[in-house]
Design a protein around this ligand. Structure first.
Ligand SMILES: Nc1ncnc2c1ncn2[C@@H]1O[C@H](COP(=O)(O)OP(=O)(O)O)[C@@H](O)[C@H]1O
Ligand SMILES: [Mg+2]
Length: 259
């Protein structure tokens, strides 16, 4: 299968810290959804930073390995160039502009689009998330958490990226809203052919929507396979889904959502 993103043997360190990623390999096949799962501090965000060219902003550096987009090495490329190559991300914490209204936030994501395309893409985002259209003139800071996440996704998707990276989509959101947003991502994949790497602490939801999954522990890939294989592994059942006997799943999710 053709891959859009290929990470091979990647190691990353931060100033005054040992390695945050060690020999990490991962690939995203074209048009598919891949989940990267792991506990808090495992190295998920670090991987996203390395792929999106934002490591140096956080005083991190690649110490080994390679990152290829469409077979081309992209390591060391600045973030804005990667955006032009078709990459978009929804960062951890969403980072929308709270004082700007919804439509102006979306305009930020459309900055690189040719003028003639903006209206059509804006309408496509509104079709995906009608709530954003209803609230288009409202300051983003007044939106609910779920709506803010839709806005962050809309801002990334308005440019029709070929590769979308989403960091902790479900964090702090009610399960029903998370489910609804993921369903729209499936629509995006079907209609735009967008490939996605989704980072989640919430293994249950990610495994429901992803085709393949990787589990990262203390900077290393501990397990990978199809979503079914990973979901039925002992590691995932014990560490990430919680044992049904000990703790109801909903409690596990709420606990994680609050960290
Ligand atoms: N800017 C930074 N400087 C130093 N250490 C960092 C920095 N960002 C993250 N780390 C460390 O790197 C490790 C991985 O962090 P991170 O990638 O944020 O994990 P995750 O996203 O899985 O929660 C953690 O030990 C964290 O403390
Ligand atoms: Mg993180």
């Amino acid at each position: 299968m053709e891959t859009i993103l290929e990470v091979k043997g990647l190691s990353v360190g931060y100033a005054r810290k040992g390695l945050a990623l060690e020999d990490v390999s991962l690939s995203v096949p074209k048009g598919s959804i891949v989940a990267l799962l792991g506990a808090n501090g495992a190295g998920k965000t670090t991987l996203i930073r390395a792929v999106t060219g934002l490591l140096s902003l956080h005083h991190g550096h690649v110490t080994g390995g390679s990152i290829n987009l469409d077979g081309q090495p992209i390591q060391g490329q600045p973030a804005h160039k990667l955006v032009r190559m078709g990459m978009a991300q929804v960062p951890e914490g969403r980072l929308i502009f709270k004082q700007l209204n919804v439509e102006d936030n979306l305009a930020v994501g459309a900055a690189l689009l040719p003028r003639s395309k903006v209206k059509e893409r804006l309408e496509a985002v509104y079709e995906l998330f009608p709530r954003l259209q209803e609230r288009r003139k409202q300051a983003a800071g007044w939106l609910s958490g779920g709506e803010q996440q839709m806005l962050a996704l809309g801002r990334a998707l308005i440019a029709s990226p070929r590769l979308l990276l989403v960091d902790e989509l479900s964090l702090g959101l009610a399960p029903l809203i998370v489910e609804a947003i993921y369903k729209q991502l499936i629509v995006v994949g079907r209609t735009l052919g967008t490939s996605m790497l989704i980072v989640e602490q919430n293994a249950r939801i990610a495994l429901e929507f992803a085709a393949t999954a990787y589990v990262i522990e203390r900077g290393r890939i501990a397990l990978s396979g199809t979503a079914e294989e990973v979901a039925s592994s002992d590691l995932i059942k014990e560490s990430y889904l919680g044992s049904a006997r000990k703790q109801p799943a909903a409690a596990v999710m709420v606990e994680r959502a609050q960290t």
